[in-house]
Design a protein around this ligand. Structure first.
Ligand SMILES: NC(=O)c1ccc[n+]([C@@H]2O[C@H](COP(=O)([O-])OP(=O)(O)OC[C@H]3O[C@@H](n4cnc5c(N)ncnc54)[C@H](O)[C@@H]3O)[C@@H](O)[C@H]2O)c1
Length: 432
């Protein structure tokens, strides 16, 4: 029988030996050091670069970006932080083919998350991938399969999962502090800017646009794709549900304690405020219903999004509420939580997030073989809520979902949106 990484570690008790033995595609992780590459060290990627730069256990061997300006800036930052320049490459395959690289951090736009993660796992690399895990539901399943097939640790970038204050709140909820939780709500209430309207134009000279598009179907460049504006286009992003909302719905689902997909999704929303090129809704209200659990309990998740609000809700720009049979809790992702018994506050605690702690958990799991706090399966369940809420809005009707087959039931148009179209490209995932 094949020995798993975890069984081997339990048997030998030596982390370095375990890493050396099981890192088929990776260099042996002796001395407790990790060699990493950062793919997409631009926006959020630069936050990873700073945190990894300050981590004495990490050697940043590569930075990889398809924008030569961002690439050069990232290489300079690493040299400043670590005293040694990394290799600076524009093609992620150069990072993946280097056997000395243990792990990659992927902070590209959403449409590259799954293709890059699957290639990385197949090359034997552990992966820290930004949220949302995937651009669509089918990709998330393929990411799980690739992680498990290659025995790689895949952590999603929902760093609130590693924040001590939020973890304490979850322990209270799961310990019955408000009784049985039947409903939880997440909200994303903030004021975003308009992305304006644009015409097709020439990409900046520093950008390898062909590689930026990757396996997605080719479309002409537009000035309001960059910087970071791609997230409002169907082909590349997942709207603000998959952008900020995924953190909130993830914390709401975590507290509610459901570890499956919902079976019914009802949503309304659209472009109620912005008159611009944004393709995703600026206003979105989604209800997710979970089929009865083993004890016969049905549960509900609610997501509210208004990205034109110059005010916050219940004191929190991004927050969650948990409704139990005995009490409730209000939780701000950043600002902390309040536990209520009746209408009285009986306990409070701090919020998050904690990026260095989320990195530390990733590295610990590479050594121990344990599943990380935002393991790809957890990431897939939470990211799928964004995808399903978006699907229900796009088709404009209630969607029935089979949580096991991961298929929409009885609605071909909605089911088409469980996956996407790709062009012929070396990074197009197999089996999509
Ligand atoms: N965890 C968080 O709190 C958090 C916060 C912000 C953004 N994010 C996530 O980080 C990701 C990036 O968002 P952003 O705002 O930094 O976007 P961005 O467009 O500013 O940065 C993405 C970078 O990836 C590069 N890139 C694109 N394709 C590439 C490829 N094939 N190979 C190498 N580099 C490539 C781009 O040139 C750019 O430098 C998104 O998925 C977003 O959801 C997470």
């Amino acid at each position: 029988m094949k020995t798993t990484r975890r069984q081997f570690i339990q048997r030998t008790g030596t982390f370095a030996a375990a890493a050396a033995t099981f890192s088929a595609g990776r260099a042996a992780n002796v001395n407790g050091r990790f060699t990493v590459g950062i793919i997409g060290p631009g926006g959020m990627g630069s936050a990873h670069l700073s945190a990894l730069g300050a981590n004495p256990k990490v050697d940043i061997a590569y930075v990889c970006d398809v924008d030569s300006n961002r690439l050069a800036a990232a290489a300079r930052s690493v040299e400043k932080l670590k005293g040694a320049a990394p290799k600076a490459v524009g093609d992620l395959r150069r990072v993946l083919e280097d056997k000395s690289v243990d792990a990659v951090f992927i902070a590209t736009p959403d449409h590259w998350h799954a293709p890059a993660t699957i290639l990385a796992c197949d090359a034997g690399k552990h992966v820290y991938v930004e949220k949302p895990a995937s651009h669509n539901l089918r990709e998330g399943r393929l990411m799980i399969e690739s992680a498990r097939r290659n025995q790689c640790v895949v952590q999603m970038g929902t760093q609130t999962r590693s924040a001590a204050g939020i973890r304490e709140a979850m322990d209270l909820l799961h310990g019955g502090a408000i009784g049985e939780i039947l409903v939880a709500k997440a909200w994303n209430s903030q004021r975003r800017g308009s992305i304006g309207k644009s015409q097709p134009g020439q990409p900046p000279a520093s950008l390898d646009y062909e590689s930026w598009i990757g396996p997605a179907p080719m479309v002409p460049f537009r000035p309001n794709l960059l910087p970071g504006i791609w997230r409002w286009w169907h082909a590349f992003g997942t709207g603000d549900f998959g952008n900020d909302g995924v953190h909130d719905i993830d914390i709401a689902r975590w507290g509610l304690g459901v570890e499956t997909h919902p079976s019914r999704i009802c949503a309304m929303g659209g472009k109620y405020f912005f008159d611009d090129d944004m393709q995703w809704p600026d206003t979105q209200n989604v209800l997710f219903e979970y089929a009865p659990d083993a004890k016969g309990r049905t549960r509900q998740l609610i997501f509210e999004m208004r990205i034109w609000s110059p005010y916050v809700l219940e004191g929190h720009e991004n927050g969650c509420a948990y409704y139990g049979t005995k009490g409730h809790m209000l939780l701000g992702k950043k600002s902390g939580w309040k536990l209520f018994a009746g209408n009285e506050v009986v306990k409070t605690g701090p919020g998050g997030p904690d990026l260095p702690a989320h990195h530390a958990n990733f590295f610990e799991c590479i050594v121990s073989g344990a599943r990380p706090r935002a393991d790809i399966e957890i990431g897939h369940l939470s990211s799928s809520l964004c995808h399903l809420g978006n699907i229900a809005i796009r088709v404009g009707r209630t969607v029935q979902f089979d949580p096991v087959k991961e298929q929409v039931v009885g609605d071909d148009a909605a089911n088409q949106l469980v996956r996407r179209q790709y062009r012929e490209h070396w990074a197009t995932p197999k089996g999509v």
